[in-house]
Design a protein around this ligand. Sequence first.
Ligand code: S3P
Length: 457
Amino acid sequence: MRIEPAKRLRGRLGGLPGDKSVSHRAGLIAALARGTTRVSNYSTSEDCAATLRCLEALGLRLTREGETVTVEGAASSADSLAALRRPDAPLDCGNSGTTMRLLAGVLAGQPFETTLTGDSSLSRRPMRRVIEPLELMGARLGAEDGHAPLRVEGRRPLNPIAYEMAVASAQVKSCVLLAGLFARGTTRVHEPLAATRDHTERMLRWFGVPVESGVAGNIEGAGSEVSSGRVVSVEGGAALTARDIEVPGDISSAAFFVAAAALLPGSALEIAGIGLNPTRAGVLSTLHLLGAEVRAEGVRERCNEPVGEIVVRGGGGGRGGLAPREAGANILSGPLIAQLIDELPVLAVVGTQVEGGLEIRDAGELRVKESDRIGATVRNLRAMGAEVEEFEDGLRVGGPTHLRGARLDAHGDHRIAMAFAVAALAATGASEIEGARECVGVSFPEFFDLLESVTER
Ligand code: S3P
């Protein structure tokens, strides 16, 4: 993919494809409900298509017309807990960690054995984080060295557990909460490190399941040892009632446009209908603190999720001129990282144009995403002439720095491809990103066309 530098981004995007995290949950949770759910603005990503394919293989009746997916839930008046069908073959989760980890939670409560497979990237990602809690709940799991293929031998009912998470991961939390639907009693998940995205909690409530969530220490029965972070609990056996869902535009997709506009002086961009869940919107407040002119407008609630419009204006004077608004804004670390996890590569790119540069810490999880995102970001930034220091848990980039067009590598990772498409727009001279066209479809097939539609050269 060849990308020429841009002058600025201008225009209005009337919406973006549906949020990937919300779409996965909409499909999975609708499958467990009683009745028919219509999901509109379902994500166009390959990842979310993988979730639907797996559900079909589990006997679910689905129809898809464009971005509207209709799911006939598997629960009935006789059995409020959905009984899925044993699939004939392994379920292919493609590149999608969310599909594999969330589905494992659902399958733990089904009385049959299933195997979940994935592509070569997904087969390198850690699965022990879901194997451990699901085994504590009474399911049996198998994986070689903690990696897919992942065999899940489910059981019903499962044991309710109180689980303290060793990594800040919404996928693990969601896996345990979904399995908790098939447990006898209350399942609790404690997030001591950071509060991760809470779409599962919000969507379960939308379907009528009582889900409690609060600051640890204030939760009755959570145990006196639980003193920091958040605790989420779900009642097993609750009935889920189908209810239509409108998926908000994906803020993680919007982030690439917002970052590009923030970097290019003279830019003026509006993006409507974007999900602004506070556990996801950290990228907007971070860009603001780094000196960008970005704000959210017209925020309203849709299907338990806040949605609104993002308005962004191009950076300070000349190329490379974002001035942080506060001391310490140049260091991203601690619990904030969970809220920025998918946006860190593009924030590192933005960091090259910030006075004082940018440091990212406590982000070791980035090494086990679709690629080693720390390594991939560092190598590509260096290729463009940036000064970068690499740490096991992050990186430090100097700024403001002149970026020059270069040969870059997407490392087969959609978010690396899009982050460096943004870098290429802000560089001098053309760049080529190896493998970019092929991988953006994992989350955002329309990315390059939409970007072109608002780019001025
Ligand atoms: C996701 C959670 C995050 C994120 C991923 C989607 C989700 O992963 O990186 O893109 O939908 O729950 P972890 O929970 O593993 O951090």
